[in-house]
Ligand binder design. Structure first.
Ligand code: AKG
Ligand code: FE2
Length: 280
């Protein structure tokens, strides 16, 4: 019965058909507000260097004339420098929590999950339409998840992600878009997404924008197209955490590499349900 639970769950059917799911009040809002307070220690006076979303190791960079961090910290759930350990521990606890596990399991029934990447956003993003499959995915494509957790209450003016409902597991290849599989990865990425956007917008799709409070989260699948809506004023504070998670039973890769070598990343098993990718 347990194994079947996810097949029968309405959330699972919705996720398979539409490629996203919103969960309300999944975490105690006191847990989320405590994390938000700790995250604020990362802005001045903290002046140390941290791993950033672009892979560099750098000090905080701010949007001009503000104290809004522009270069989002990467993997803040892994040990951070002295003084910031409470934040990394709290994020680690959140992304490996039974509360998250129970909801993931409802969607796909997997026994074990790998936390592949986290990014801590301080400010509203300006992300164009894209698939997270280009960052990480399973082999075959479409079983990897992006969990997006607001760390403050966000409304329609906050610059929040929006998804285009999409059948989970449905991959549109470069060939189907009439593209050649040549050039650098960056060239292929931008060509692919331009062509995908043109194809999708020609059908006038509906986009779904969940307005989320502390304790809620939205999850979308690796192949679900999404983008960030503009913030009413920019730059703007928008504390949030993005988590890329893949089920351990699947081989893995990304949109172009199918599959990668299973042994090419180091994992640490942290509980029955979760392993985290070790990044050195
Ligand atoms: O935080 C957002 O607005 C979306 C970010 C996103 O989709 C990404 O970084 O892949
Ligand atoms: Fe994304």
């Amino acid at each position: 019965m347990n194994a079947l639970r996810h097949i029968l769950a309405p959330e699972s059917r919705h996720y398979r058909r539409r490629g996203y799911q919103v969960f309300r009040k999944a975490f105690p809002s006191s847990q989320i507000s405590a994390i938000a307070e700790m995250a604020c220690r990362l802005v001045p006076p903290y002046a140390g260097k941290l791993r950033r979303q672009d892979g560099s190791f750098a000090a905080n960079e701010f949007f001009p004339g503000t104290q809004l961090v522009k270069n989002s910290p990467l993997h803040p759930h892994l040990p951070l420098p002295a003084g910031l350990e409470p934040l990394s521990s709290a994020l680690h606890a959140l992304v490996t929590s039974p509360a998250l596990d129970a909801r993931l399991k409802l969607l796909d029934g997997a026994e074990h999950y790998i936390i592949h990447q986290t990014v801590l956003f301080f400010s509203a993003q300006t992300t164009e339409l894209h698939l997270d499959s280009w960052s990480v995915d399973t082999a075959p494509l479409g079983r990897s998840h992006t969990v997006w957790i607001p760390l403050q209450n966000l409304d329609h003016r906050s610059g929040i992600p929006s998804v285009i409902p999409w059948p989970r597991g449905h991959a549109v290849t470069e060939r189907e878009l009439g593209l050649q599989e040549v050039g650098t990865r960056d060239e292929r990425y931008s060509r692919y997404h331009q062509a995908l956007q043109a194809k999708l917008l020609s059908r006038s799709p509906e986009a779904v924008t969940p307005l989320l409070g502390m304790g809620d989260f939205v999850i979308w699948s690796s192949l679900t197209p999404h983008f960030t809506l503009p913030a009413q004023s920019f730059p703007a504070e928008r504390l949030s955490l993005q988590v890329l998670i893949r089920p351990a039973d699947n081989r893995w890769g990304d949109f172009l590499g199918q599959p990668f070598d299973r042994t090419s990343v180091q994992l640490q098993r942290v509980s029955e349900r979760f392993s985290v990718r070790i990044v050195t």
